[in-house]
Ligand binder design. Structure first.
Ligand SMILES: CC(=O)[C@@H](O)[C@H](O)COP(=O)(O)O
Ligand SMILES: NCC(=O)COP(=O)(O)O
Length: 238
């Protein structure tokens, strides 16, 4: 079954809007685990506008499920943070500085040698590595040549197209998933997945191991409560 990793960036965004410690990021992560989440994802950005580097240490010391840290390994601060916290998984995302949110995957052909070095660095510390990629077969194939364990398919395009034409929306992801299987890569996915589009994605993508979901899930929790929300996302992944 596909694992649900809850991205708690938005809890930190709310906390930071007032200073202080409400809502408490660690308590929220522990609640997600209690309600059935199989992992916690954070995406610390260099400006620490949501998850702060100190949050990562607090989370690492307390959570029991899979810990996934996403971010840009071109920042030395990010590399140091990941190595100091040895999460279950690091997801390498090529964000520009000040970007509002992630908006593209790695060009694994152009940056293959660099990514090889990064993958080796993290894998040597026993950290599983995933590379964020667009659903393009050539990118998946080149990702495999870096030695990464997994890729994460960037699902923004799927989410945007889903309401118009689900078959077209899923088609490139299906092909990318088949390619991942062929070249021996584990498969994750994330970005803009929600209660409308998740079950269809999960049912049509072979070998999907994990989804990381934050924005929509935390928004749903405002209306439904965190426990009921996580229950519904888990049901969509059955
Ligand atoms: C890699 C990815 O798709 C997510 O991590 C997303 O970028 C969340 O980051 P923000 O919460 O900063 O939008
Ligand atoms: N890797 C994707 C992620 O962690 C959450 O993305 P989103 O659900 O906040 O769009």
């Amino acid at each position: 079954m596909t694992k649900l990793s809850v991205n708690i960036n938005k809890i930190a965004t709310l906390r930071n809007s007032r200073g202080g410690n409400v809502p408490n990021v660690l308590s929220a992560a522990l609640a997600c685990e209690r309600f059935g989440a199989e992992g916690i994802t954070v995406h610390p950005r260099p400006d620490e506008r949501h998850i702060r580097y100190q949050d990562v240490y607090n989370l690492k010391a307390n959570i029991q499920t899979e810990f996934n840290i996403e971010g840009n390994c071109q920042e030395q601060k990010f590399i140091d943070l990941v190595l100091a916290n040895t999460p279950t998984q690091v997801t390498l995302v090529p964000d520009a500085l000040g970007q509002i949110t992630s908006n593209h995957g790695w060009d694994t052909i152009k940056h293959k040698d660099y990514l090889k070095e990064m993958v080796k660095l993290f894998k040597n510390e026993g950290i599983r590595v995933s590379i964020f990629v667009d659903p393009v077969e050539d990118m998946v194939e080149a990702a495999a040549e870096t030695g990464t364990d997994r890729i994460e398919l960037y699902t923004e395009a799927y989410a945007a197209e889903f309401g118009f034409n689900k078959e077209e929306a899923i088609a490139p992801y299906f092909k990318a998933a088949l390619k991942a299987r062929e070249v021996g890569l584990g498969l994750n996915a994330g970005h803009d997945l929600d209660l409308n589009n998740l079950a269809y994605f999960n049912q049509h993508i072979p070998g999907l191991l994990e989804v990381s979901i934050g924005h929509a899930l935390i928004a749903d929790a405002l209306y439904l409560g965190l426990e009921e929300t996580i229950k519904r996302y888990l049901a969509a992944l059955k």
